[in-house]
Design a protein. Sequence first.
Length: 202
Amino acid sequence: MPQVLILCSCLMMLGGCAGSLRFDDDDDQVDDDDQVDDDDDQVDDDDDDDQVDPVEPPTLAAGGIHTCAELGAWKCWGGNGSGQADRPEVELTTIAAGGVHTCGLDPAGFPVCWGDNDWGQLDAPEVELAAIVAGSWHTCGLDPDGWPVCWGIHISGEIDPPAGVGPFVEISAGGSHTCGRLAGGGVVCWGSNASGQCNVPE
């Protein structure tokens, strides 16, 4: 299947967010030369339906009033009242900008966050992630198997993905809600639905 690009951008009275993720979900692809053995119903090529492989992690992220990008080295600029533009001196593979905080992934896949922490949006769990996105006051990622991990503000349920739903191949964080795309193509959202932002069309 072709690559999919998800862009989420929102502005709020006190913050904004932007996140972009691309994944190749080639779990359902079978080469023309692949043969199926009728005796054991196995495809010649190994096919792990639960594996989610991130491709080309985002190298640009715009937050509420700050921006970060890979410009030969990772750099952040703009509003810095909470230290959201003060990138720590650590190696990063990707980055996500929230309202007044920023997070990235180190080469081992562990999250590194800086900036405002009034709602725990910097209190990342010590887990390996394949992708990371930031909302206004919350942060989410996907583990290597495509299951969401979220932390931060917990007023509207934006860090509570539906139990047992997944795995996901994409994730995007809004101001106070989060959405993910399932491996089968469907979209699931959770969090604030004050404007119908979680009412996914059928």
